[in-house]
Design a protein around this ligand. Structure first.
Ligand code: AHM
Ligand code: MG
Length: 332
């Protein structure tokens, strides 16, 4: 039984950016995940469900658990002093640490502290997503430019799924590994070593209620998924939880595609490039899958804003390529 901490220490030597500091950063993320997990588990009991009374920059109502998770991860990273700045879904502007120790930190982090938060009240899996870069600036408080790096520059990314079990999945660019929290001892144990996404699958995940707003290529891909062709496992099956982390985690294990496309109303879709698409795309590629806007590789996009959005097609390689083919064929 290997713990997350043992695994990180063991793998440090393989890792191009190997440093005790980086190891501590991953450990701190693991600690914050445990604290958030504890609060989520008692969410139905305590007066912690419900709205916080403010809106975030996207105009969405913030919930108490969103705010708790954000505070928890920010505090865990302050404590370690390895991170100089954080871009969070819950903070309008870049969050920078004021303490001199953190300002010397070599890393910047983009995170969605509680993804899928519309599912909190109904006991459906939610998650935390994180993405780590080396800073570009030399020292002092981190800058927005430190965060505006394309996803290929990530040195690590991962998520925590708070589901029937709590699992932390991460990659430092050397494959993907998953660790399940044993709540009785409070430790993450390696449970999903060297995760590989099946090349094909029969699950497609998309919010089909938006069908009338979809690009013709997306509509045609959905039709393709629904055709009868047993040789290619069609018709596929639909699974849509409405928590990106949970939908991706299932597809990672079973094979499948998740799509949040651009629509006529919102050409860049809904999901945020820095802390939703990029980290999930990094994991998908590391597991042998693919992530695209429908036309181009997610990880190649040069971001221009902290909260920018991108259309997102991610999952099994063959399935994403088929969807891209439809987008090209039916270009509007
Ligand atoms: P959030 O970060 O505000 O929770 O939004 C992101 C979530 C994803 O987890 C999920 O896949 C998607 O939004 C669901 O959106 P929709 O309800 O439009 O299908
Ligand atoms: Mg969120």
């Amino acid at each position: 039984m290997k713990t997350l901490v043992e695994f990180i220490n063991e793998k440090q030597a393989d890792f191009a950016y190997a440093s005790g500091e980086f190891t501590r950063l991953l450990n701190d993320i693991g600690i914050a995940a445990k604290l958030v997990n504890r609060e989520i588990n008692k969410a139905g009991l305590a007066d912690i469900n419900g709205y916080f009374g403010q809106q975030n920059i996207q105009g969405e109502d913030q919930k108490k658990l969103d705010v708790f998770a954000n505070d928890c991860f920010l505090a865990a990273m302050r404590h370690g002093g390895m991170v100089c700045a954080v871009a969070s879904e819950e903070n309008d502007d870049l969050y920078t640490y004021e303490n001199a120790f953190s300002q010397e930190g070599k890393y910047v982090v983009a995170m969605d502290p509680l993804d899928g938060s519309s599912n909190i009240e109904v006991n459906v899996p939610i998650g935390t997503i994180f993405s780590i870069y080396r800073r570009i600036s030399e020292s002092g408080p981190g800058t927005v430019q430190d965060l505006l790096q394309p996803g290929v520059k990530q040195i690590a990314a991962g998520y925590v799924i708070y589901g029937t079990s709590t699992i932390l999945v991460y990659s430092t660019g050397y494959g993907v590994n998953g660790f399940t929290l044993d709540p009785s001892v409070g430790l993450f144990f390696l449970s999903h070593p060297e995760m590989k996404i099946p090349d094909g699958g029969n699950i497609y995940s998309i919010n089909e209620a938006n069908y009338i707003y979809f690009h013709e290529g997306v509509k045609q891909y959905i039709k393709y998924c629904q055709q009868d062709d047993p040789a290619t496992l069609r018709p596929y099956t639909t699974r849509y939880i409405g928590s990106l982390v949970a939908d991706f985690h299932r597809n990672l294990i079973m094979g499948g595609i998740y799509i949040y496309p651009g629509t006529k109303k919102n050409p860049n879709g809904k999901l945020r490039l820095l802390y939703e698409c990029n980290p999930i795309a990094f994991l998908a590629e590391q597991a042998g899958g693919k992530a695209s806007t429908g036309y181009e590789r997610i990880l190649d996009i040069q971001p221009t804003e902290l909260h920018q959005r991108a259309p997102f097609f991610v999952g099994s390689k063959a399935m994403v390529e088929k969807a891209e083919e439809m987008m090209r064929l039916y270009s509007e």
